[in-house]
Design a protein around this ligand. Structure first.
Ligand code: HBI
Ligand code: FE
Length: 296
């Protein structure tokens, strides 16, 4: 999800470089301006993904989705989503034009507002995302915001983000978000399941993360994750697995200061590394990434 300087959304030039009208970078969702073509892209993505996810996504994701005012028919209305979310976990969805600066993003999360892109990818680029659009942000993230523990965890991440920025530790903290909120797996009694939004909103990675022989699935360990680089340009080489989503509660309450201190020394790991100290429920073959060397 690399930012580009200019991008056409709703017929307007926008993007991270565009000066915001409001200090918090929010914009109206402009729901009434979506075209039939944009609703149709949502429908295609929604139907493809809801068909695929049973047996891959965790029960809490499926249940959150079921309780939200979301369907294949149209791009959801953020005000209606917010009403349901507010009653359940006190969260709201606010519209943004694309990536917003880190401090603005954290400030929203710290106040239980989730910034969601209001635009949708084009019909010719269903599997391509350079910035989080409404399908990633709403289909991927909002169901888990119905989960009380996840709701608290993401708020804590926003608060921690503001602190990490001051301490110059954002890179380390962002890895926690990446390997949980975006690309997290959880052990359910029936097997491994997806809870990360980056996976749940991706057709190809949903299957890859759970069913492929290639990636490692490693038990989540906070310091280990904070030392691990991630790939933004391809499927993950390793996924980190929670024993239970309730583990995020402890994580939300963790004081990161001692971790930041320890992280001043010692190794940084590469995405595909497996360590002797890792608990590895599934050791991947690495075949996928071996055949597709890292780009750039
Ligand atoms: N802005 N809209 C939006 N969505 C994100 O997920 C996002 C962002 N700005 C910064 C950011 N994410 C991350 O780089 C931080 O989590 C570090
Ligand atoms: Fe995301």
């Amino acid at each position: 999800m690399q930012a580009t300087p200019q991008k056409v959304k709703h017929g307007l030039a926008a993007g991270p470089a565009a000066a915001p009208q409001r200090a918090d970078w929010t914009i109206p969702q402009g729901w009434e301006h979506y075209t039939p073509q944009e609703h149709a892209v949502w429908k295609t993505l929604y139907e493809r993904q809801t068909k695929l996810l049973p047996g891959l996504a965790c029960d809490d994701f499926v249940e959150g989705m079921r309780q939200l005012p979301m369907s294949a028919d149209e791009i959801p209305n953020f005000e209606q989503l917010s009403e349901t979310l507010m009653r359940r976990t006190g969260w709201q969805i606010v519209a943004v034009a694309g990536l917003v600066p880190d401090d603005v993003f954290f400030e929203h999360l710290a106040n239980r507002r989730f910034p969601a892109g209001n635009f949708i990818r084009g019909a010719h680029e269903l599997d391509y995302l350079e910035e989080p659009d409404v399908f990633h942000d709403v289909f991927g993230h909002v169901p888990m915001l119905m989960h009380p523990v996840m709701a608290d965890f993401i708020q804590a991440y926003g608060q921690g983000g503001l602190r990490a920025q001051q301490l110059g530790k954002l890179t380390q903290l962002a890895r926690v978000y990446w390997y949980t909120v975006e690309f997290g797996l959880v052990q359910q009694k029936e097997g491994l399941r997806i809870y990360g939004a980056g996976i749940a909103s991706s057709f190809s990675e949903s299957t890859f993360s759970i069913q492929s022989d290639s990636p490692n699935r490693i038990a989540f360990d906070l310091e280990r994750v904070m030392r691990t680089n991630y790939r933004i340009d391809d499927f993950q080489e390793s996924y980190f697995v929670l024993d239970d989503l309730q583990d995020l509660l402890a994580l939300a309450q963790t004081d990161f200061a001692p971790y930041y201190e320890r992280l001043n020394h010692g190794p940084t790991y590469q995405p595909g590394d497996v360590l002797p100290t890792d608990r590895v429920p599934y050791r991947g073959t690495g075949s996928y990434h071996r055949a597709r060397p890292r780009r750039g």
